[in-house]
Design a protein around this ligand. Structure first.
Ligand code: 4NP
Length: 142
């Protein structure tokens, strides 16, 4: 799961997909920038996850790096800028792994500069998309 800072959106996406998949899957998140490297998720993301029964407080921000394209089968990006930046790091043979997390070219809006409502909205979008992704992964149709 990839966003810009790896402190707001992708930590939520990681927590939600992990929760839906259960054991036996490797789910992680990263950012396209290293500005927040080593930081916990944003307090508002932690609180939003807790409200929904998911603890993401142990996560630490990190930037995406080349080995991620070998370690992971699928790389989901929150918005089109993230998608473009991630594709630039991928070899031609790895580009097929990179997807936008929402269907129909939609984007998960960056909630960083807004209020808590934005985090609730992001949570809902990610919960719906991760439900579909989890079903597809389990059915091998992703
Ligand atoms: P995220 O949100 O990409 O969902 O983690 C942001 C986090 C930090 C910044 C922007 C967006 N920032 O400008 O530092």
């Amino acid at each position: 799961m990839v966003c810009l800072g790896n402190i707001c959106r992708s930590p939520l996406a990681e927590g939600i997909l992990k929760h839906k998949l259960g054991d036996g899957y490797l789910v992680d998140s990263a950012g396209t920038i290293n500005y927040h490297e080593g930081s916990q998720p944003d307090e508002r993301s932690i609180r939003t996850a807790i409200k929904n029964g998911i603890d993401i407080s142990n996560q630490k921000s990190r930037p995406i790096s080349k080995p991620d394209f070998d370690r992971f089968d699928l790389i989901f990006c929150m918005d089109k800028n993230n998608y473009k930046d991630v594709l630039k790091l991928a070899n031609d043979s790895q580009k097929h792994k990179v997807r936008l997390i929402l269907s129909n070219d939609q984007e998960v809006p960056d909630p960083y500069f807004g209020g808590i409502d934005g985090f609730d909205q992001v949570y809902k979008m990610l919960d719906e998309s991760c439900e579909i992704i989890a079903q597809k992964i389990k059915n091998n149709t992703v």
